[in-house]
Design a protein around this ligand. Sequence first.
Ligand SMILES: Nc1ncnc2c1ncn2[C@@H]1O[C@H](COP(=O)(O)OP(=O)(O)OP(=O)(O)O)[C@@H](O)[C@H]1O
Length: 321
Amino acid sequence: MPWTPLHSQLHQCAIDRQLLPVGAKILIAVSGGQDSFCLGQLLHDLQSRWHWQLAVAHCDHGWTQDIGIAERVALVATRWQLPFYCETTANLPETDGAAREWRYQALTRIAEATNSTYLVTAHTQTDRAETLLYNLVRGAGADGLCALSWHRQLTPDLNLVRPLLEVNRAQTGEFCREYQLPVWEDAYNRDLKYPRNRLRLEIMPRLATDFNPQVESHLARTAELLRADVEYLESQATAVYSQAVDEAETKLDRTILQSIALSLQRRVIRQFLTHALSKMPTFGQIEETIVLINAPNRTRTSTFSQGLAAEVSGRWIVVRE
Ligand SMILES: Nc1ncnc2c1ncn2[C@@H]1O[C@H](COP(=O)(O)OP(=O)(O)OP(=O)(O)O)[C@@H](O)[C@H]1O
């Protein structure tokens, strides 16, 4: 089969971003859709140049509309002459979130069992643009807008890598047609009952025709820029947090918080409350706690959870009943 511009793009991207080292042991998550078939084919074709050890994993949710997909993926894996692993769940996941959680657990198990140190998924530039817009409309800060990073540590021994973040869905579709890959069209993806599908099928095309044909790549670039900002801010916040918090992580020094910018204050308070409440605080809880930085002694927020509230105690902010 021909060497395509996508082969060159992925090859160059792997070099520039140092995504997958020479000789890496890589597990490819293949759903049976066009994006992951495209990714699998590209990695397979580049394998001899990079000396990667590849394997294919599929997660079977047991949903009736998915019958036959695992067999298709297995067939393509055989065509690629790659080992194929499939996990089926005993409990049908009822929501998208539950399915995703189970999928990542299953993929991690397969990666561990096969000693793979990289798990790759086929999230694309299109997914990134849609995620940004979807989260923006629902209400998100910079952290929510830059979801989908190039890589993320899943466990101490396993990295999640997303090599297709600069490739769009039109390109993966065209590639799969050229390579005659047996792409599975998920009926769920066309159901306009789901907001995410309406965004993909109605809003994004409308933005492209009425506003800017490059909307997808522009939104994805915004996500990329935001990610760098967020990573920098979060690392600064972590450094301040370690200075401002006491050893037991029960109180926060207001004098240190008073001298930093609001954007860092928010992040330090979020880290503190996440620890104190054992869960991610809401935006409102963070804003209430920010007020305490310059408030009189004994000023108290509303009750957050389990009877706990934040309170000024001299130079400290504490969380207590
Ligand atoms: N059933 C599956 N088996 C194996 N891999 C899968 C499966 N479903 C999804 N994936 C992997 O995850 C990628 C993203 O798929 P999809 O967009 O459907 O997941 P998502 O749940 O919306 O994404 P996220 O994991 O970011 O929430 C796919 O390209 C594929 O690599």
